[in-house]
Design a protein around this ligand. Structure first.
Ligand code: PLP
Length: 392
């Protein structure tokens, strides 16, 4: 057998995404594609903003000399300078191009950073419910994921975090707006977390994984972490903001308030190279410099959120309304989320059980299907709920 044992085991333990994919194919064959409501995949459905595609087309036509060549492993200096200036403006901190590294999506950013900082056995605290890929990213580089539950409403539980901090804690990984819950961590609890880390783990990094930062609802705002937490490294991307996850463009930003920021940037640049990324996609870096703030029409997600949330509430589902990202994470009316998912499946609805994200008794619904499909799926949600209540 040529497959590494660790990878074989990870594949076995990460079967939800694969299972949902296979279920989707089966269900479409059984019922016809128009009768399947796939809430399982977090693949943005809007087309990229016109300004993004216009900039990309113009850059291709311009065919600037050397724009397809190797470049510094951290990315084009002028692109990093554009991002640094924006970060400096948003945070009041003296970011320069040297603090910014262009990456292959947020996933590439996280792997690059984790490779640069983890020694075997080092721990990274992750708050549950969580994006399941984190575990693999951490284990890729010899680290150990330490899971800490958030509260019932997905807010920070400082006592639990305090109990999990230890001498091997290398980083605390925060994801706000959150996949799968849509939670945003508010400024007050973040300040309290900063004070806790200063007392108990002053060398730990705070990794802010924020690819959903531009997707916010109901007037909610996401606080900047770097001014609150002095050892913040941002890992982010344009995957969701521009709906271009297939193009793999993201960045790392190392806070200038980290004493060893220069050494950390150099280590990340080296890790980026030796992981085989070499540099982020050249063309998309140039697009970033031109339209860094372009964004899909969040109103489209908001309309879908409003439709689904009001219908689910009417039916009787319980959930904390998401503040950002594009997922709803309701409680399942049966304690066994996997059994309830099967009831939904019988109605043509595909959802991912909360157990796949570290919180059983819930399910993740992704708002990346068309508005009309959500409307047509609502009877199915009502039927599954009724059947579950009869069984409970
Ligand atoms: C929380 C979270 N972090 C990171 C990523 C990876 O993003 P990217 O496609 O930019 O690598 C995702 C993708 O869904 C995500 O949900």
């Amino acid at each position: 057998m040529s497959i590494a044992q660790a990878v074989a085991q990870q594949i076995r333990e990460s079967s939800w995404i694969r299972r949902m994919f296979e279920e989707g194919i089966r269900l479409r064959a059984e019922r016809g594609a128009e009768n399947v409501f796939d809430y399982s995949l977090g693949n943005p459905d809007p087309e990229p903003p016109v300004a993004v595609m216009a900039a990309a087309k113009a850059l291709v036509l311009e065919n600037r000399p050397r724009s397809h060549a190797y470049m510094p492993n951290a990315g084009f200096p002028e692109v990093r300078a554009v991002l640094a200036a924006r970060l400096a403006q948003a945070t009041g901190l003296p970011y320069s191009a040297d603090h910014v590294l262009m990456t292959v999506g947020a996933a590439g950013a996280l792997n690059t950073l984790l490779k640069a900082v983890l020694d075997p056995g080092d721990e990274v605290i992750v708050l549950a419910p969580f994006f399941p890929e984190y575990r693999f990213y951490i284990e890729n580089h010899g680290g150990r994921m330490v899971l800490v539950e958030t509260r019932e409403d997905f807010t920070l539980d400082l006592d639990r975090i305090a109990a999990a901090l230890g001498p091997r804690t290398k980083a605390v990984l925060l994801n706000s707006p959150n996949n799968p819950t849509g939670a945003i961590y508010a400024e007050g609890p973040l300040r309290a977390l900063a004070a806790l880390l200063a007392r108990q783990a002053p060398a730990a990094l705070v990794i802010s994984d924020e690819p959903y930062k531009a997707i916010l609802y109901d007037g909610n705002a996401q606080p900047e972490l770097a001014p609150l937490m002095p050892r913040t490294v941002i890992a982010s991307s344009w995957s969701k903001q521009w709906a271009v996850p297939g193009e793999r463009i993201g960045y790392l930003a190392i806070s200038p308030t980290i004493a060893e920021a220069g050494a950390l940037a150099a280590a990340c640049t080296f890790a980026h190279r030796t992981l085989g990324f070499v540099n982020a996609p050249a063309l998309w870096q140039l697009v970033v410099a031109q339209v860094p703030d372009a964004c899909v029409d969040v109103a489209l997600y908001q309309q879908k959120l409003d439709l689904l949330c009001s219908a689910l509430r009417r039916i009787g589902y319980e959930f904390t309304r998401p503040k950002g990202a594009f997922y709803v994470f309701p409680r399942t009316p049966l304690a066994d989320d996997v059994v309830f998912i099967q009831l939904l499946r019988a109605e043509g609805i595909l959802a991912v059980p909360g157990s796949g994200f570290g919180r059983a008794g819930h399910m993740r619904l992704s708002l990346t299907l068309p508005f009309g499909a959500i409307e047509r799926s609502l009877t199915g949600f009502a039927n599954a709920y009724r059947i579950a209540k009869q069984r409970a």
